[in-house]
Write a protein that binds this ligand. Structure first.
Ligand SMILES: [Zn+2]
Length: 309
């Protein structure tokens, strides 16, 4: 059984992504699990050189010392597996546009997600034919508003309503919620560690795992990294990628130390290696607040250090 890290090759990994990767590795290795790497490249056709971005992500993870088991899995090579999963499920075509769903009279969840109200399930054949002449349908799974609970190491038991969510988008691309579930089952992943922005989608995914004959994984949804404005960290927030930090003179050890400090696993100025972090790791003592990343902190510290030595 395994944990996993599953980046999307849209941009270089930043400190927030790397911190989640370190956490996923610690969760997996501290529980005797394997650790798998999956490149989530289904929706990167518009990203220039997604293959090169992914290759750099793999190198960055290795630079930090994270090791993986088995082959790297690329979602773009698994379209047949997603189609086979869809064929096992009770599905229907949905012709709604994004705007129609946004305007539908359903209460949005706290994260802005609007549960689908099942409009297209109730279309007559004639209505369907009219829509089909001008629009390509998405494919939704029929869930009948079931409630489903997951167990999260940090959030405890978390329950959500499973709506008729999209399995295949109207451009033919398998949806995230489908692909991750199919892949985790195929890869023997029984522990999912990722950013807590995905907690709300976990009941849908866990439910889908059971529908596909599998057992849902255990989850740990970890706090995200934010910039100084409280917004989710992004590459534009300054020196936040390994390449940026290397340009400041920060080597992998210093970056690992920075991540370890943010997790309460190292003291200021202490150099640590992954085996030490593994020995110190205790999920119950992880910070529950987001990590606010301010590049001027470590950049200034670096300048000071250089001027002293
Ligand atoms: Zn619809």
């Amino acid at each position: 059984m395994s944990g996993r890290f599953a980046p999307s090759p849209t941009a270089a990994l930043h400190l927030g992504n790397l911190r989640t990767a370190v956490l996923a590795w610690l969760f997996a290795r501290s529980t005797g699990r394997g650790f798998r790497l999956r490149i989530e490249d289904l929706d990167t056709r518009r990203v220039r050189a997604a293959g090169e971005v992914a290759a750099q992500q793999v190198r960055d993870l290795a630079t930090l010392g994270l090791d993986f088991d088995g082959e790297v899995v690329w979602q773009s090579a698994r379209l047949d597996a997603y189609a086979a999963a869809v064929a096992q499920l009770d599905t229907y075509e949905c012709y709604c546009t994004r705007k129609e769903i946004a305007d539908a009279p359903s209460a949005p969840h706290a994260d802005g997600y609007r549960p689908y109200t099942g409009v297209c399930l109730r279309l007559t054949a004639a209505q369907r034919a009219v829509l089909a002449s001008t629009r390509r349908p998405a494919l939704r799974v029929r869930a009948d508003g079931e409630r489903f609970s997951v167990t999260d190491s940090l959030a405890g038991e978390f329950t959500g309503v499973v709506d008729d969510f999209v399995l295949v988008r109207n451009d033919g691309v398998p949806a995230y919620n489908l692909a991750v579930v199919v892949d985790d089952l195929a890869m023997g992943v029984d522990q999912v560690v990722r950013g807590d922005d995905l907690l709300s989608s976990s009941p849908r995914q866990a439910w889908l795992a059971t529908r596909l004959g599998g057992v849902p994984p255990t989850y740990a949804h970890v706090p995200l990294a934010l910039n100084r404005d409280g917004v989710r960290l992004a590459k534009r927030d300054g020196a936040v990628t390994l390449a940026d930090l290397a340009a400041l003179g920060m080597d992998a050890d210093r970056i690992l130390a920075l991540l370890a400090r943010s997790l309460g696993l190292a003291a200021t100025g202490e150099t640590v290696q992954l085996p030490q972090l593994l020995a110190r790791f205790d999920p119950l003592r992880l910070p529950r607040e987001p990590w606010v990343v301010d590049p001027t902190d470590y950049a200034d510290a670096d300048v000071n250090r250089m001027s002293i030595t």
